[in-house]
Design a protein around this ligand. Structure first.
Ligand code: CUA
Length: 189
């Protein structure tokens, strides 16, 4: 049987293409470290996050000399907290869950990228070596405000970093007195 040279060429090219497609699928499934949201981060009751340890007061917790934990609650259409500060040269583990619907959590410019599912806690650990500013975006369509659902992560120079302490309700008495807002004069209605 005679096979025309052009036909051989196209047969070869299409075989290569098929092998190429299969390779990209295999790489994407097994090689790139992509996994489903798994049970590692645990489960929570999305309707009771206010009484769930970590999510009752989302934010940064120091757990070791240069190790931090960050609890983040996603909801339509924001992340709590909206600004996260950690020092550089640290290992930061994010625990992210949703109060309502499925959201996404991506720290732009890093490989931290997960789906956020109500009832599940997504756990991701990231090392930050250098100071920098990162945007955090929701990448699962979650409703009319999806495009505006974002937060920011500030990785500070360790010398400039101070833990954000919780705003305590000042105890009456010897605490510093709250400055009363002085009305700015001038503009009369
Ligand atoms: Cu939340 Cu899109």
């Amino acid at each position: 049987m005679h096979v025309h040279n052009y036909e051989k060429l196209w047969l070869g090219a299409s075989l290569l293409l098929i092998v190429g497609f299969i390779s990209t699928i295999v790489y994407g499934a097994a090689g790139a470290g992509v996994t489903m949201v798994n049970d590692e981060g645990g489960h929570v009751n999305p309707n009771n996050l206010g009484n769930t340890s970590g999510f009752d007061d989302p934010g940064v917790t120091k757990i070791g000399p240069s190790e931090y934990e960050v609890h983040v609650a996603a909801l339509r259409f924001a992340f709590q907290p909206g600004t996260i500060e950690v020092p550089a040269n640290s290992t930061v583990t994010f625990y992210v869950t949703s109060r309502d619907v499925i959201h996404g959590f991506q720290i732009v410019g890093t490989n931290a990228n997960t789906m956020v599912i109500p009832g599940e806690v997504s756990k991701i650990t990231v090392n930050f070596d250098e100071p920098g500013e990162y945007g955090i975006v929701c990448h699962e369509y979650c409703g009319a405000g999806h495009h505006s659902m974002a937060a920011e992560l500030l990785v500070k120079e360790p010398s400039n970093f101070t833990m954000q302490t919780d705003t305590q309700t000042p105890t009456s008495g010897n605490g510093p007195t709250n400055a009363t807002a002085t009305p700015t004069g001038g503009e009369s209605a």
